[in-house]
Design a protein around this ligand. Structure first.
Ligand SMILES: Cc1cc2nc3c(=O)[nH]c(=O)nc-3n(C[C@H](O)[C@H](O)[C@H](O)COP(=O)(O)OP(=O)(O)OC[C@H]3O[C@@H](n4cnc5c(N)ncnc54)[C@H](O)[C@@H]3O)c2cc1C
Length: 508
């Protein structure tokens, strides 16, 4: 059957969808509208982890090919701070300049006979009445989403408080590198990785107060798109001069922004289906936005090809197949985004090695880190042993006035046990705090923290318990125990990373 499909947006999601659709249904008409010219590309590079490429490559080897030909590949993530450099091996990843990715996807679409209309802005759905299916791949600020109605779609946006700006640099980093710097205004961090033989991506983050204190809010945001914040470029170049070894920072529509996490309940309305950033975003520290957009494209094209006669079924099938995968990525991105909201605290309270372990364990526990890089974990464990004279979970600790001999405790019937010995809590300086279920409600929990002693943090979510424990321990100098259903690996991760002094596993 011949159907007419319009795709609004020629980013990675729209280009990949249109190509696959035309291949699966060669008799269909697929027209892609992109407001920019084919050669325009804002931003610098995108990262893909090796583990995430399989599904995309099975659908079309274009990404794997262009990464091999024009991208950069590495296995090691580095963290640089306070004059130390720590390495975490076993993390296969590739990156490519967005411009090169788009041009490969455009060539692929041209070969598949997609009709691409560059320099064509679609102002409204009204002009697309002739099409059977309209796919809105028009990015995070999707105008189509606004026309269909964000309430109709159940679209939600949560804005992070940290500020970020997307630069490039002529300095060639050796794989993904996180560079931390502190000055009189506060803490800054860069996410840097090579994307070609001449350029690395250099995304810089800072908390809002640091950004204000540094006077980086002075850029006139009414400047037209494309104009970069040059004052910030110079500031960042000075701040990271030693790390960049005299190489320059490169701008491309570079302005400060706040990351917005987007999620959407209903992925289509009538014959208008959405994909990619128009529906969902995940913090860039997990490098998954492009991958998710391309995976949406695969499932949507497959579902439409399978149910060409019944688009409602096709779109329902697409939505129910993709939503759980996207939710998993967004769930993993949440603690990562939170880490980046608090990195100044970790920088100021943890030594560089523990800081690095804390960072790498923000979404995964020690067993997974050990599988990838046993030497790194041994280094972290040996550093603890040298400092404390004992392995982490058997390091004695004072809890509510008494000495306990281990840090993996049991919580049973509102009491704490170290092995079979009950820890006497009555009358001692132990405050039990319920973490909230939403991290935006943490301030009221913080106000209940005592001035001294031990806190037992329970309830809430894994993330709110962790943030409350960190406020107690790293922010107020209290002894903190997290009570949750944990195994030994999670307990070890929490103690070794400095998130808690001890962990109490719940037992009914
Ligand atoms: C700082 C930062 C770093 C990132 N790093 C990574 C990373 O390392 N790895 C990764 O996988 N992802 C990364 N991402 C996310 C990634 O950029 C996006 O998830 C991805 O580009 C989404 O693809 P898309 O096709 O859905 O939308 P987009 O790439 O945004 O494409 C949308 C297209 O639609 C066009 N358009 C919009 N409206 C119209 C209209 N009305 N008419 C015609 N054309 C229109 C736009 O011009 C644009 O070309 C990062 C994001 C940010 C902010």
């Amino acid at each position: 059957m011949t159907i007419r499909i319009a795709c609004i947006g020629g980013g990675p999601g729209g280009l990949f969808f249109s190509t696959l659709m035309k291949r699966y249904l060669p008799d269909s008409e697929v027209v892609l509208f992109e407001r920019n010219q084919a050669s325009d590309a804002f931003g610098f590079g995108v990262v893909f982890s090796d583990a995430t490429l399989r599904k995309i490559t099975e659908a079309d080897p274009v990404l794997e090919r262009v990464l091999a030909e024009r991208g950069r590949h590495w296995d090691t993530i580095q963290v640089w701070l306070k004059g130390e450099r720590h390495h975490f091996n076993g993390n296969g990843m590739s990156a490519i300049h967005r411009k090169n990715l788009l041009s490969a996807l455009q060539e692929n679409a041209a070969e598949a006979d997609v009709e691409m209309r560059f320099g064509t802005f679609v102002p409204s759905l009204e002009g697309l009445d002739d099409f059977d299916l309209i796919v809105a791949a028009d990015g995070a600020n999707s105008g189509t989403r606004g026309q269909v109605g964000e309430e109709v779609l159940g679209h939600e946006v949560v804005q992070a408080s940290a500020k970020f700006i997307w630069f490039g640099t002529t300095h060639m980093f050796d794989g993904l590198t996180f560079v931390h710097r502190q000055n009189e205004h506060g803490n800054f961090a860069a996410h840097a990785y090579p994307i070609s033989d001449e350029l690395s991506t250099f995304i810089v983050e800072a908390d809002a107060q640091t950004w204000l204190d540094a006077g980086l809010d002075e850029f006139d945001v009414t400047q037209p798109p494309g104009v970069s914040d040059l004052k910030s470029k110079e500031y960042i170049e000075r701040l990271f001069a030693d790390d960049l070894q005299g190489d320059s920072v490169v701008v491309n529509n570079s302005r400060w922004g706040n990351f917005r996490t987007r999620s959407t309940d209903r992925w289509f309305n009538g014959n208008v289906a959405f994909l990619g950033d128009a529906l969902h975003t995940a913090h860039f520290s997990v490098g998954s936005g492009t991958k998710m957009a391309m995976e949406d494209a695969i499932t949507l094209a497959n579902s439409v090809a399978e149910h060409t006669h019944d688009l409602h079924t096709a779109l329902s099938q697409y939505e129910s197949a993709r939503k759980p995968d996207v939710a998993r990525v967004q769930d993993a991105a949440r603690p990562s985004l939170s880490w980046w909201e608090h990195f100044a605290r970790y920088h100021n309270t943890l030594d560089p090695l523990q800081f690095t372990f804390h960072f790498f364990s923000r979404s995964i526990s020690i067993d997974k880190i050990r599988n990838r890089d046993p030497d790194f974990v041994s280094t972290v464990e040996n550093a603890w042993l040298n400092k404390h004279g004992n392995v982490p979970l058997s390091t004695p600790l004072r809890v509510a006035g008494s000495q306990v001999e281990q840090r993996f405790l049991i919580a049973r019937n509102n009491s704490l046990y170290s092995g079979e010995s009950r820890i006497e809590l009555g009358g001692c300086d132990l405050a039990v705090l319920e973490a909230p279920s939403d991290e935006f409600d943490l301030d009221s929990s913080f106000s209940q923290l005592p001035d001294a002693g031990t806190v037992l943090v329970k309830g809430g979510t894994a993330l709110t318990r962790r943030l409350l424990s960190e406020e107690a321990r790293l922010g107020r100098g209290l002894t903190s125990i997290i009570q949750e259903p944990v195994d030994e690996n999670s307990a070890l991760t929490a103690v070794l990373s400095g998130r808690a002094d001890a962990v109490a596993s719940e037992e009914s």
